[in-house]
Design a binder for this molecule. Structure first.
Ligand SMILES: Cc1ncc(COP(=O)(O)O)c(C=O)c1O
Length: 468
């Protein structure tokens, strides 16, 4: 008989690890390697730290998955969830139904929005919010008599989710390969990573012009009348933490405006203080028609995401809804009262603690620390903004040559960091940092010291193996 107290089934393997291998299908995991190596099992969290089943303590250098901005044991969020659960454990927003918490959260988000927005649609994940944005764009372009204007442009190395549509928008080969993606209507333009893709002698501004002109060429080649929208993260996250080069978004936005192309800003990582402003939209002076948020909206404590849309988009939706009778889209759990209550409490805490001021005060310690590590023989580039950063490893600092994928150098560094007490994430050969926003300067120094030690150990390993 199944049991609910985490006990093994009689006659089955005993340890949590064995039961994990037996029963859990892991996302973003090498499935065959996992059978041999098994899981890392986290059982407890406290502030910026988590503990594994043996009691070993780690700094969570990526706030879980870029989300637990308030750390791992915020009592107020637990209390908010408990109260909401006791009062109204479920209600929905279909067919015009509503409840006070969703209304309050929608109003709060509209008041906070970095550019004027009109309505909020709630979903459960970043992928769903972005997917919804695409569906609404197609829906309104039909309303507007533009049935050909349906293609969506995203960027190489972007990350917008894993649903059928958003996995295609995501510009990472592993999200497409053998999933038969992207779907048609998806196009990709250049990744604006200055360090990696600029040519010798090219300034950041010149590089930004080249990226923008390449976007223009793509639009012209496809026909501007076929391009509906452009998706972008203010700082590309899962692609390796890539802030935009100077003047990039200004140039891109001018082209979008020229061709009547909607701009969807994916704030799933950048939203709520991460870049040193409440939204990445403010950091880079963006003018989105739609914004998606998730993750730090609830400090990751419960699943919730939101899509904000402009007045103009809503007006077009009204047209189409009148024509077809109903806006037939929605998720059972979208705007669920419990995550909405947790999100409201999260936003109150951000306001009370002045999260933006806090990030502005601590970010220089992270960014200066990473910049110092750029002097390490293995580090080609240190980059970042706010409490978001990355170190990119290179085989040769001069030529910027990368290691072979099969050398697994990024993975070695991440493994050393974990042994030394830091959980981080490696993307290719870039190690990313997005600690909980409550991290203090001593804790940032502690994290940087682990990174330095782990870089030195990785270098030793490479030298011993003749790879450096
Ligand atoms: C920028 C961005 N957009 C969308 C998503 C997808 O969010 P989810 O995993 O909640 O579907 C992510 C996830 O990391 C993300 O980083």
């Amino acid at each position: 008989m199944p049991n609910s107290n985490c006990e093994p089934m009689p006659g089955r393997s005993n340890s949590l690890a064995e039961r994990d291998i037996e029963y859990v299908l892991h996302p973003y995991t090498n499935l065959s390697a996992h059978i041999k190596t098994g899981p890392m099992i986290i059982t407890k969290g406290e502030g910026i730290y988590v503990y594994d089943e043996t009691g070993t303590k780690y700094i969570e250098g990526l706030a879980g998955l870029w989300c637990t901005s308030l750390g791992f044991n915020n009592k107020r969020l637990v209390e908010a969830a408990t109260m909401a659960m006791k009062k109204l454990p479920f209600y929905h927003s279909f067919g015009g139904k509503s409840h006070p918490t969703a209304i309050a959260l929608a109003q709060r988000l509209m008041e906070m929005a970095p550019v004027p927005m009109s309505k909020v649609f709630f979903a459960n994940s970043g992928s769903e919010a972005n997917d919804t944005a695409v569906k609404i764009i197609w829906y309104i372009n039909n309303a507007l008599g533009l049935p050909e204007k349906k293609k969506i442009i995203a960027r190489e190395k972007s990350y917008h989710g894993v649903t059928l549509m958003t996995a295609g928008l995501t510009g990472l080969p592993n999200n497409h390969r053998d999933f038969d993606l992207p779907l048609d209507r998806v196009l990709h333009t250049d990744c604006p990573h200055y360090y990696r893709y600029s040519v010798v002698g090219e300034s950041e501004e010149e590089f930004a012009t080249r990226c923008a002109e390449s976007l223009r060429k793509l639009i012209i080649a496809e026909g501007p009348e076929t391009i509906a929208a452009f998706f972008a993260e203010p700082v590309m996250g899962a692609g390796g933490v890539i802030p935009p080069p100077a003047t990039y978004f200004k140039k891109v936005q001018a082209i979008l405006e020229e061709h009547n192309i909607l701009f969807v800003v994916d704030e799933v990582i950048c939203g709520f203080g991460r870049t040193g402003n409440m939204f990445g939209t403010e950091t880079y002076n963006l003018k989105p028609d739609m914004i998606t948020v998730a993750k730090a909206l609830s400090s990751g404590y419960l699943p919730i995401s939101a899509l904000m849309i402009s007045e103009g988009i809503f007006d077009s939706m009204l047209l189409e809804s009148k024509k077809v009778g109903v806006f037939s889209h929605g998720y059972t759990y979208g705007g669920h009262p419990v995550p909405c209550a947790v999100a409201l409490e999260t936003l109150s805490i951000y306001e009370e603690m002045n999260i933006v001021g806090q990030v502005q005060a601590t970010a220089p310690v992270l960014q200066n620390g990473l910049a110092k590590l750029a002097g390490h023989p293995l580090v080609g580039e240190a980059r970042g903004v706010g409490l978001l950063g990355a170190l990119e490893l290179v085989k040769d600092k001069e030529t910027r040559d990368t290691f072979k994928v099969s050398d697994g150098v990024g993975a070695t560094l991440a493994a050393r960091a974990q042994i030394n007490g830091l959980i981080s994430r490696v993307m290719g050969d870039s190690l990313a940092f997005a600690p909980p926003l409550i991290i203090n300067t001593d804790q940032i120094e502690e994290m940087l010291a682990v990174v330095k030690k782990s870089l030195d150990e990785t270098l030793d390993i490479l030298v011993n193996n003749g790879l450096k």
